[in-house]
Ligand binder design. Structure first.
Ligand SMILES: [Zn+2]
Ligand SMILES: [Zn+2]
Length: 232
């Protein structure tokens, strides 16, 4: 939701549910995204990352299957990490709402065409049942409502059988991620698809999902994450 309807909604929400800074939790006015203090200290990633691969230290030399990337913050910064932690564990969407607002205004500023469909990076069924939500889906919803674009969580799915892939480098993760994600039969011919996740680490997950989306016919894939990790 953008424009006056969105503003009115924020204003009304503020009366009942005061707006908080996603990083320090301080109360802020209904029309701000972040408190003044954090605005000065938390780095805005979108102006620093490579628009193609989404990394500050460009990895475009690797096989990148997506065409454009957005990330609002750097995961390595402590306030960002704790904000993502609250998002993942208790579903506190503050950071997701702010990242969605940031990415959408960035896209408008750069005249980037709206995607036709938004697809979240899926979570294994067992894990989703246990957690009760998939944060990538929540983030996709935050962007979808602002762009008025449908979110489809039924095209990609993730196998339950393979274990998680934390703490591996890009090469290992690229191998491990193969076969982890699958797709329902769908025709995305010529579509611009936005793939959403909470955090991009090596980029292997988004890259693999983008490969599958292109196999389904997607013409252009835009990656959008709340935060991106800086790798050594
Ligand atoms: Zn703050
Ligand atoms: Zn790059």
């Amino acid at each position: 939701m953008t424009g006056s309807a969105g503003k009115l909604r924020s204003f009304i929400t503020d009366i009942f549910l005061p707006n908080r800074c996603p990083f320090c939790g301080k109360f802020i006015t209904w029309d701000s995204l972040i408190c003044e203090q954090c605005d000065k200290t938390v780095t805005k990633a979108n102006i620093e990352i490579c628009r193609r691969c989404g990394k500050r230290k460009c990895i475009c030399g690797n096989n990148i299957n997506y065409d454009m990337a957005f990330a609002s913050f750097f995961y390595n910064e402590k306030p960002v990490r704790s904000s993502i932690y609250r998002f993942k564990t208790i579903g506190d969407t503050n950071i997701a709402e702010y990242a969605a607002e940031d990415i959408v205004s960035f896209m408008e500023k750069e005249n980037i065409p709206k995607p036709d469909i938004i697809i979240p990076v899926p979570m294994g069924r067992k894990k989703r049942r246990k957690r009760g939500f998939n944060q990538a889906e929540l983030f996709a919803g935050c962007i979808g409502k602002r762009l008025c674009i449908p979110v489809n969580k039924n095209i990609l799915y993730k196998s339950d059988t393979k274990d998680e892939q934390h703490n591996y480098g890009r090469d290992i993760r690229e191998k491990r991620v193969k076969g982890l994600f699958m797709a329902e039969e769908a025709d995305l011919s010529g579509m611009t698809v936005m793939i959403c996740d909470d955090v991009m680490t090596t980029g292997a997950t988004i890259n693999e999902c983008s490969r599958i989306l292109k196999d389904l016919g997607a013409g252009y894939v835009i990656s959008a994450v709340c935060a991106v990790t800086e790798l050594e």
